[in-house]
Design a protein around this ligand. Structure first.
Ligand code: FAD
Length: 303
């Protein structure tokens, strides 16, 4: 149970607070029990105060992006779920074709901003349905591009409310990994080094990649994208398909008939259904192909 006093203190900050908020309303899987407390924080001072309050009340907090890479427990999330809103949505053109973007902004807004400024480099990210914070955290990538190709600096807040900055090697980017993967830091904003490019070329490339997505991925069905990381030397989707699991159902969860790397929630799936299906896929692929599939999707919340 979350302390009433903590809630009262959080309500004094520049934030909107809801209690027992269904996480299924905040995840692309449309799955997840309630968060004890959910708040959209609008400025940096309030963010600092809230995480320090959580520390003082010995209450965990979780930073949510757009919930597009998460599987949230049916039992919900203990403590405070924080989403970055307000000033964390700001996008600014700085100098030398650099763009600074708040972590709360959608990646789509950033891509559109860059296109409107005739700045290329983020075309690959058009169609990745996350926030800028989530994209940096995950080093999101598609069609040969990755966030690491353009990010030059990231400003963060540590768990004691101190502000820091990582650049270059310190960002420790690799496949679906960043310096933030193992740390409790909150990404506040990221600076992208882009290059001048004719706007029509950027727009054409974005449209072309979106068309490819629509043809290949079940984008109109609730999912969290590719469930598994790409195993060295293989494609997860191809392995799953070769094992005869395309379209396989487990409770309300299904291996997408359109893209075997996706699990879709087409029939009121629970997190337990998805976990059961993940476990089954991993076992079958190990047995038949002797390959370990590791999850890209993150399971969070009460066990
Ligand atoms: C249809 C579909 C297609 C997809 N296609 C792709 C694709 O092509 N390529 C790809 O890489 N991914 C893809 N994904 C997965 C997902 O969109 C990405 O991983 C995305 O970057 C996640 O961002 P998010 O804001 O939704 O993060 P969330 O899912 O909310 O969170 C993911 C992790 O990031 C952390 N996080 C988020 N914001 C912050 C912050 N400000 N500070 C610290 N930590 C933070 C969270 O705590 C969590 O650990 C797809 C998903 C879907 C549903």
């Amino acid at each position: 149970m979350i302390s009433k006093e903590l809630i009262q203190q959080i309500r004094k900050e520049n934030t909107e607070v809801t209690l027992n908020e269904p996480m299924k309303n905040h995840t692309s899987f449309r799955i997840g029990g309630n968060a004890d407390c959910f708040c959209e924080v609008r400025d940096i001072r309030s963010l600092k105060n809230i995480i320090l309050l959580c520390r003082d009340y010995d209450t965990p907090y979780f930073i949510l992006g757009l919930g597009s890479n998460l599987l949230v427990s049916d039992q919900g999330i203990e403590g405070v779920v924080i989403r970055l809103g307000g000033e964390f949505n700001e996008i600014t053109l700085t100098d030398n074709n650099m763009v600074r973007c708040g972590a709360g902004s959608t990646l789509a807004r950033l891509c559109n901003f860059a296109k409107n400024m005739s700045l290329g480099g983020l075309e690959f990210a058009w169609g990745i349905p996350g926030s800028v914070g989530g994209a940096v955290y995950m080093n999101a990538g598609a069609y040969g591009g990755e966030i690491k190709d353009t990010v030059v600096a990231v400003v963060y807040m540590d768990k004691n409310g101190r502000i820091g900055k990582y650049s270059g090697e310190e960002l420790d980017f690799s496949y679906r990994h960043s310096a933030f993967t193992e740390k409790d830091h909150i990404i506040l904003n990221a600076t992208f080094q882009l290059t001048h490019k004719p706007q029509h070329q950027i727009a054409e490339q974005m449209q072309e990649l979106m068309e490819r997505r629509k043809t290949k991925q079940p984008i109109n069905h609730p999912s969290a994208g590719s469930v598994f990381k790409r195993p060295e030397g293989y494609y997860a989707a191809a392995l799953i398909e070769e094992c005869g699991l395309k379209g396989y159902c487990y409770g309300g969860a299904q291996v997408s008939p359109k893209h075997s790397g996706f699990i879709v929630n087409d029939n009121g799936a629970s997190a337990q259904d998805v976990l059961g299906l993940i476990d089954y896929i991993q076992r079958v692929v190990k047995e038949q192909k002797n390959v370990d599939l590791n999850c890209e999707v993150k399971f969070i919340g009460r066990a």
